[in-house]
Design a binder for this molecule. Sequence first.
Ligand SMILES: C[S@@+](CC[C@H](N)C(=O)[O-])C[C@H]1O[C@@H](n2cnc3c(N)ncnc32)[C@H](O)[C@@H]1O
Length: 291
Amino acid sequence: MPLTPEQFKLWQALLKDMAGIHLDEQKSYLLATRLSPLLNAYGFDDLMDLYAQAQDDWNGALPAEIVQVMTTHETNFFRHPPAYEFFADLLRAQFETQTRDRPLQVLSAGCSTGEEPWSLAMTAADVLGERAERLVRIHAWDIAPASLAMAREGVYRDLGKKVDPAFIDRYFQPHEGGRRIRDNLRQLVRFEVRNLLNPGTLPARFDIVFCKNVAIYFDPPTRAAFFEEVLSWMSPQGYLFIGSGESLVGVTRAFRRERHGEVTVYRPEIEPVARTMEYSRERRRSEHSTK
Ligand SMILES: C[S@@+](CC[C@H](N)C(=O)[O-])C[C@H]1O[C@@H](n2cnc3c(N)ncnc32)[C@H](O)[C@@H]1O
């Protein structure tokens, strides 16, 4: 049975509260199509039963499964290669020219099935060799548990066309008709299921944040608040990379835009204040249920 406009609004608010996902009215069909496997799996006929179950089991598996099917996980190794070339330049500048001695903390925010953090790890290993394990920490977060499990597993049937052929032998081993990330890269990346809108305690202040093609799903106020929050996760000299089709112009003044060849990066414009606000999932939930 199709959702009434009021029921659709309830779903809209739920998705926004869970993961910042903005779904406009014209996308009602998308909700029904994407959620239909979950209806079957949970033995419901009606989307509102699934809605009630998600509300009852807010910290359980269902909300994560809903987010998994309602978000797009499209990604690639070395998506927009100039970004990785610039990342390599930053590594050389930090560790060869300036001889930095602390590890560089890198966040892949919304890492999907892992191609982005593994591309960062390959780049770091290529530039720094064995020192990469000591000098670079890559934190890879995604809200969708099934995607994150694939990322951690690091097994791929198709590497796409952008992986340097020399990297294929160096960083992948043949595996059941596909390829598997070699153990020599695994120490560099730490995968975690985290909601970017409610990440909990941060493991570090990040020097480099890749947050590409994630905030496109947020509505404009959520996007602005989110990037202002990202500022508080970063070191003052940090670099934020967003998707090549995205821009922070008109979204927030917290960052200034810098152009380096084909790459646009964003640098903290105002001194980041370390994040103090814990915006817990429970609190988001209670706000949601009082709407
Ligand atoms: C299109 S993929 C982008 C992957 C990669 N960053 C890239 O550019 O190739 C978007 C990813 O963001 C994740 N995502 C969306 N909302 C999120 C949230 N609130 N917290 C964490 N991850 C989120 C989705 O699960 C999805 O895997």
